[in-house]
Design a protein around this ligand. Sequence first.
Ligand SMILES: C[S@@+](CC[C@H](N)C(=O)[O-])C[C@H]1O[C@@H](n2cnc3c(N)ncnc32)[C@H](O)[C@@H]1O
Length: 198
Amino acid sequence: MSKNSLIYNNIFVYRLLMNLLYKGNYKRRFAGICKLIFGTKVTELCFGDIIIAEYCKTNKIDWKGIDINEKFTSQAIKKGHNAELNDINRLEKFPKADTCIMCGSLYHFNGSLENLFSRLLECAPRIIISEPIINLSNSKGIIGKIAKLSATVKGQKQNFRFTKETLLETLSNLSAKFNFKFQIIEQFEKDLIILITR
Ligand SMILES: C[S@@+](CC[C@H](N)C(=O)[O-])C[C@H]1O[C@@H](n2cnc3c(N)ncnc32)[C@H](O)[C@@H]1O
């Protein structure tokens, strides 16, 4: 079986290390995303943690999450969330929702963004993307080491990261092709939060 980074093998280790990467603001980073949720049905792709799922539960929003990591999906299921273990590259369609969310994961799909976006736009009229635009893998010390650890999923190392310029250029090209609107909502720590509507 192919291996995940240490960071992806245990949700508690994951939270600890992510909190270091977000300078203690790991949980707070989801507040900016949650406030953009619209409607009663959310599909979260590559969810990793259940912070958005918990928000949805509290607010009576139907949440469905998909992730390739069995540790993360089993933890979510144990907590009563509707999580599915799957590689989203293998899914022809994503579950229909009012809002579709992808946080911290777009860079994994850089080689197949057109394919991904056609499915995202089919999935929901409102898409929230939160994406790191500062590559901490190049940082010195513990932060750089943690960022490098978070770059391996199922034995595949992901060296690619967006910058603000490349992310916005990519979204402009995709919006011209697929005819959607996008706006930057805010930058939180190293992430740009973007709202996409048709
Ligand atoms: C950097 S983590 C981000 C997790 C979480 N969304 C966050 O922002 O903290 C990337 C997540 O994408 C998941 N992932 C990567 N490739 C995937 C794929 N092909 N299908 C489903 N999930 C995938 C990983 O298991 C991991 O949970």
